[in-house]
Design a protein around this ligand. Structure first.
Ligand SMILES: Cc1cc2nc3c(=O)[nH]c(=O)nc-3n(C[C@H](O)[C@H](O)[C@H](O)COP(=O)(O)OP(=O)(O)OC[C@H]3O[C@@H](n4cnc5c(N)ncnc54)[C@H](O)[C@@H]3O)c2cc1C
Length: 469
């Protein structure tokens, strides 16, 4: 490969934000390069949620940490298609009240639910959304039953999934083929190190198989995900409200042991969710393979010992909300940024209260025992034992986990709060654009990928209409 590549448009990062943006630019007739640090692997290169997948498709073998009290352990995808390749594709449009809050607090232009609806619909036309045909697997159904006993509503979430072919509607199965059909080129195993303006062009210094390759582009979109985008921008000297407001959907988990099998190999992914307590907290079901049970029960030896005999009777469930405000900062000589988090207000208390609600629902569903996945917490055998738990979540020993990261470079016209304008143009950035989950103005409350795609779609069309000015 030459050590200089010239293109009209370069998009760095091929997750949902980057893939949607790149497809639209290529289809508008612009020569477009989609640059991705990770490997270009087929969707079925490794089994979903296997150790192999974690090693090959996740960043740093699934280890990411936001340090705080408590810390948040998070994961990111790192392959062509980004997080969409490794996630479950549970799908929601952004709740209207969330969009309205963002538009008001950050002064985001034209972000009403009605104006975003065509962008959701356009993305759903390519990455199709479906409800599980037939009945939900027992692990999922149990959450529905328990909630029903308590008079709580549940929903069965749709997924980015084609149930007929059994294929996930990840970016490598949807927008990236669309991008390639329009003549776009994917450059995998290429990590952007720095970007800079050079006259009327953008230059991105990248590393490809140990060699420096410079990409020269007339228009540049950064879509490296909500942790890596601010890291790249800060390395390149763009700092205004960049990396100061990273948010998560942190989770606490509990494992339930039922009286009969609920967790059979080959069952479809669970889909029940309890959304009626949002935004204080939301509840759902997790994949519960023996490997993931072992991980969830790492701090709970009593229940962990039972996995070999009883995995089929066990299910992992979670509660999540938007606790934590984090910062992303570069470290000299380090490849990855330092992420630090602080928890404000009552969000942590709400999350802990949500864990207790979840455990009530699991007992109401007939669980024989429930193990909160918190170090030192006892296995509970009845709902009455919930009263014996500590009144507050232990700040030092608790570990939260998250698979959703966003809001590190929020958009809007209020420059005191935002890193870009309402359309993803970095303030004073000479037309440099962000096109990923970083742009959100806070937690989406719902699963975020639909929001990332719709906002990228809206902003890419805006950029194309203005010829990237
Ligand atoms: C395990 C897991 C489960 C999830 N489950 C769901 C779910 O069920 N539903 C849902 O809606 N959402 C889910 N999510 C979240 C969803 O996947 C993300 O919101 C979405 O992928 C974010 O898209 P993005 O474009 O912002 O970034 P990403 O998907 O993170 O993509 C960014 C890409 O940029 C690449 N990159 C980073 N830095 C560089 C660099 N310097 N140079 C070149 N390339 C770079 C990365 O390797 C990555 O491929 C899940 C995520 C994970 C990890």
């Amino acid at each position: 490969m030459a050590d200089r590549l010239r293109t009209h448009v370069a998009v760095i990062g091929s997750g949902p934000g980057g893939a949607v943006t790149a497809a639209l630019c290529a289809e508008a007739g612009y020569e477009t390069l989609l640059v991705e640090e990770g490997d270009d692997l087929p969707l079925d290169a490794c089994a979903h949620f296997s150790g192999d997948e974690i090693l090959r498709k996740y960043r740093n073998a699934g280890i990411g940490m936001a340090f705080g009290k408590p810390s948040i352990s998070y994961v990111e995808g790192c392959c062509v298609g980004g997080g969409s390749e490794v996630n479950r594709g549970l799908y929601h449009r952004t709740p209207p009240y969330v969009l309205e809050q963002w538009a008001k607090a950050y002064r985001v232009e034209q972000l009403s639910p009605d104006l975003l609806a065509p962008h959701f619909a356009a993305c759903e036309g390519t990455a199709r959304i479906a409800f599980l045909p037939g009945s939900a697997p027992p692990l999922s159904q149990r959450l529905g039953d328990g909630a029903g006993e308590l008079g709580w509503e549940t929903i069965q979430a749709p997924r980015l999934y084609d149930y007929e072919s059994g294929r996930k509607q990840s970016m490598s199965a949807t927008f990236i083929p669309r991008f390639r059909r329009a003549g776009g080129q994917v450059m995998a195993n290429m990590r952007a190190l720095r970007i800079r303006r050079n006259g009327k062009q953008w230059h991105a210094a990248t590393l490809h198989q140990g060699r420096e390759v410079t990409i020269e582009a007339d228009a540049l979109f950064i879509a490296c995900g909500a942790v890596q985008t601010p890291a790249l921008l800060r390395r390149s000297g763009f700092r205004h409200n960049v990396g100061n407001s990273l948010r998560f959907h942190p989770m606490l988990k509990a494992v339930a042991l039922f009286d009969r099998p609920v967790n059979r190999p080959g069952d479809p992914d669970p889909v029940h969710q309890i959304k009626m307590f949002e935004p204080r907290f939301g509840i759902g079901c997790s994949i519960s393979s023996p490997a993931l049970l072992a991980l969830a029960l790492a701090g709970s030896p009593q229940m962990r010992r039972r996995i070999a005999a009883d995995a089929a009777r066990m299910g992992i469930y979670y509660v999540q909300n938007g606790t934590g405000h984090a910062r992303v900062r570069g470290l000299p000589l380090a490849r990855d940024p330092l992420v630090s988090v602080r928890h404000e207000g009552g969000d942590l208390d709400d999350l802990y209260d949500g864990l207790k609600h979840l455990m009530r629902a699991l007992f109401a569903a007939g669980a024989e025992a429930v193990q909160p996945c918190l170090p030192g917490f006892p296995m509970l055998h009845s709902v009455d034992e919930l009263a014996s738990l500590p009144g507050r979540l232990p700040r030092r020993s608790a570990m939260l986990t998250s698979v959703h990261v966003f809001a590190s470079c929020p958009m809007g016209e209020d420059r005191r709060l935002s890193a870009t304008d309402s359309w993803g143009r970095v303030h004073d950035g000479d037309g440099l654009r962000i096109a990923d989950a970083s742009l959100m103005c806070g937690p989406t409350i719902a699963n975020p990928q639909g929001s990332v795609m719709a906002i990228a779609h809206r902003n890419a069309l805006h950029a194309i209409e203005r010829r990237f000015a």
